[in-house]
Design a binder for this molecule. Structure first.
Ligand code: SF4
Length: 341
């Protein structure tokens, strides 16, 4: 069987690895050994798992592979941001963006090839949907970039709506946080969503990661015009759901607010956003927009963004302007399209 027809082991938990060990006539404890090889020692081949018997390794390699895949291309920004291209789904590549920043290094990972949410201001949304990524493909983005060892944070803010592929996203989060995996604190992980209600409670119940809600305007009619998700899952209902959970302590809720000149950057919007978030502990991240080709939307000016931030702060909402990264390599928010450079 050639390597690409084999099934990847990365992304699997020891529970599943135990079944695979049994199929390969390996002892049950081999599951923990395999997990240690792939997540602890980060080996890329079954041959390297030298504490498994030779016969066991051969049986394992008959149907399985570690599943590590190097990026197929990369682009480096003047600001140190690096965009990596990996094989995705439906013949489309996907992107992961490495963002070093003083003592932090964040990887923005993709969860789908393309996206079904259709946000009008987003290159990924314009591309349509081409398929879900597997847990192995999500974990691979984290393990296979050259800077993997330096990562301090992972954000699910790349291509796709993570909650539309929640099984794979939760499996990847388990690999990141479990003691048999990378043993990270869930505080190092943020999942972004448009407010996908069918699985929002599952994410909140089955993980402890931070949540970032894409808001972009507090007014339902305006939001529906740029984010079709608003029609199916209104923001008011999403916030109501989020209110049932404790975000005041370990876990953080933030809202993402991309700012467009003359569209959503006046005080009326700031006041309505503050009202919407009243009683939650949500912080607001104000994001500078990167104009898309053929688009009519323009970024807000720096003074407008600062006035908006100050107004939110006065109204009791902690707001910060997020620094823009990787614009020159099309790696900034909303610019990911999976194209090769
Ligand atoms: S902004 Fe996010 S949810 Fe909306 S289309 Fe783009 S990738 Fe999908």
């Amino acid at each position: 069987m050639d390597a690409d027809k084999k099934t990847p082991l990365i992304g699997l938990s020891p529970l599943r690895l135990r079944d695979i060990a049994a199929e390969c006539r390996l002892p049950a404890f081999a599951a923990k050994q395999i997990a240690h090889w792939i997540y602890g020692k980060r080996v890329a081949s079954i041959d390297a798992m030298t504490d498994l018997s030779l016969r066991g390794r051969e049986a394992l390699a008959g149907r399985w592979c570690v599943g590590r895949q190097d990026p197929v291309a990369r682009a480096v920004s003047a600001d140190g941001t690096v965009k990596y291209l990996f094989p995705g789904a439906g013949g489309r590549d996907i992107e992961a963006v490495y963002i070093p920043d003083r003592d932090r290094a964040t990887l923005c990972v993709s969860s789908q090839a393309g996206c079904r949410m259709g946000c009008t201001f987003c290159m990924t949304g314009r591309q349509g949907f081409h398929g879900h990524l597997t847990a192995a493909q999500i974990v691979n983005q984290i393990l296979s970039i050259p800077e993997s060892d330096t990562l301090t944070n992972v954000v699910f803010m790349g291509m796709g709506e993570p909650l539309d592929n929640l099984d794979a996203v939760l499996a990847a989060i388990e690999v990141l946080t479990a003691s048999w995996g990378l043993a990270w604190s869930p505080k190092r992980i943020t999942v972004s969503t448009v407010g996908y209600l069918p699985t929002l409670r599952r994410l909140l119940d089955e993980s402890k990661v931070h949540v970032a809600l894409s808001v972009h305007t507090p007014f339902p009619d305006e939001r529906a015009a740029i984010m079709p998700a608003e029609k199916a899952w209104p923001l008011a209902k999403v916030i109501e759901t989020l209110r049932d959970y404790d975000f005041a302590h370990q876990r953080r809720l933030s809202v993402e607010y991309t700012m467009w000149q003359g569209v959503n950057d006046d005080m009326r919007h700031a006041d309505a956003l503050a009202r919407l978030l009243r009683g939650t502990s949500a912080r607001a991240n104000l994001i500078r927009y990167h104009a898309l080709p053929d688009g009519t939307l323009r970024p807000s000016s720096q003074p407008a963004m600062e006035a908006f931030r100050d107004r939110l702060n006065e109204r009791g909402v902690t707001a910060t302007i997020r620094a823009s990264r990787g614009e020159d390599i099309d790696a900034a928010c909303g610019m990911l399209a999976g194209k090769k450079k």
